[in-house]
Design a protein around this ligand. Structure first.
Ligand SMILES: C[S@@+](CC[C@H](N)C(=O)[O-])C[C@H]1O[C@@H](n2cnc3c(N)ncnc32)[C@H](O)[C@@H]1O
Length: 395
């Protein structure tokens, strides 16, 4: 996810946004009161993003795209999805079967992947979308309806994972970063948990509490794996939901691959002693800031992905890590340069496409912070998308 400005000066809410935010804030306040005056950050983030009818992803704000709060790689350029489609084509030739996409946003990646696959004469049996946001599902349906009949008829929406394991591919672009996280701070050699309480005027305030047993155990195990100790006052986050999400998805992957795209790091880099304030970020109208308690329900909240945690969960579930690379290396290996060159003969279009490619590839843009991980079952041959770079040793 990316935005145009790294600013903490936030534009004011519209009256509709203010009313929406106030309604969600009232719900969260009542949850805090019910819980005795404090909730952990994961509970807060879960309500802020997914409270039925009110959370950021559950309600109707624009969210993705230039008129929304942030832009993802499929929204930056169709080149991204065309490259992903090339990797899909290679895999589908080995496995056959279908594609299942998690959290499909506006549906643009699904539409472009199906179009690119068709141009390669590859037709997955089905393209299923599992989406938790009713609002985004409606936008996906509109987008997919614009595809030719023989492609749109392959698309279906699921309310939950299918019971039987699937053969083929699973895709998730920027889904793991949307899973609610716990936050902690180190004090005098101990672990304290960060959560949310109410100030006297009813506004939300960050408050520390004793860490829950689960968080303490997870942190202690994590710290033993780090090359250097973390300093006092160090704040970060930890996603307890990553492991269960990967395990549940892995259980439903019979023969094939799960491709994950997200911004994140191997554990030793994620919990680097100098990264003293963690990776949690909020997106509001193309501004990035670090106050999750502001604009509740009308801004996105995300945290980077600990890819070592993802790999551990995958291995425990019987999957192999077949590849881990930067987005730039993956896109170059899947032919972004030739795809970009072939897009158009019109000079203005060529300049536009070259700009999009730069945004996807440059280290200071999306090229390095974003990673691609391939988790596979029953596939031994290397994947073309990881031919230029293999970062698995860093995990
Ligand atoms: C940051 S958006 C990314 C959207 C899209 N993949 C893209 O790249 O443009 C996160 C998406 O994940 C969805 N999501 C969040 N948690 C999910 C879950 N547990 N299962 C499936 N989708 C989820 C959200 O509703 C949203 O569509």
């Amino acid at each position: 996810m990316t935005a145009s400005h790294e600013l903490s000066i936030l534009p004011p809410l519209t009256p509709e946004e203010a009313a929406h935010s106030a309604a969600l804030a009232a719900l969260i306040r009542s949850r805090i009161a019910d819980a005795g005056g404090w909730i952990d950050f994961e509970t807060f983030m879960d309500l802020a993003l997914y409270a039925p009818g009110l959370g950021y992803y559950s309600a109707g704000s624009v969210k993705l795209g230039p008129g929304g709060d942030f832009v993802t790689a499929p929204e930056v350029s169709d080149l991204f999805s065309r490259c992903v489609a090339r990797q899909c084509a290679e895999l589908l030739a080995r496995t056959g079967g279908e594609i299942l996409e998690f959290g499909a946003g506006t549906g643009r990646m699904a539409a472009v992947i199906l179009d690119e696959l068709a141009s390669l004469d590859v037709f997955p049996e089905r393209y299923s979308i599992l989406e938790v946001s009713a609002d985004l599902r409606a936008r996906q349906e509109e987008r997919i309806a614009q595809l030719p009949r023989h492609l749109r008829e392959r698309v279906r929406w699921l309310d939950r994972l299918p019971d039987a394991p699937i053969t083929g591919l699973m895709l998730a672009n920027e889904v793991l970063d949307a899973l609610p996280v716990r936050r902690f701070v180190l004090r005098d050699g101990g672990i304290r948990e960060l959560g949310v309480a109410l100030a006297e005027d009813g506004s939300f305030v960050e408050r520390e509490s004793d860490a829950s047993e689960t968080l303490r155990a997870e942190c202690e195990s994590l710290f033993t794996q780090l090359p250097e100790p973390l300093p006092d006052g160090y704040r970060s986050e930890l996603c307890l939901r990553t492991g269960p999400w990967v395990a549940t998805v892995a259980e439903r992957l019979g023969h094939g691959a799960l491709l994950l795209f997200d911004y994140g790091l191997p554990r030793a880099h994620y919990y680097h002693p100098q990264r003293t304030t963690g990776t949690l970020r909020c997106h509001f109208r193309q501004r990035v800031h670090d106050d999750p308690l502001a604009n509740v329900g009308v801004q996105d909240i995300t945290a980077w992905v600990d890819f070592t945690r993802v790999a551990e969960a995958a291995l425990e579930s019987g999957l192999d890590v077949a590849g881990f690379a930067t987005q730039a290396a993956f896109l170059l290996a899947t032919g972004i340069d030739t795809l970009a060159a072939a897009r158009s003969t019109d000079l203005r279009e060529q300049v536009k496409v070259a700009g999009e490619a730069r945004r996807l590839l440059l280290p200071g843009e999306m090229g390095e912070a974003f990673k691609v991980m391939a988790l596979v079952r029953g596939l031994d041959e290397p994947l073309g998308g990881f031919a230029l770079q293999d970062l698995r040793d860093s995990l």
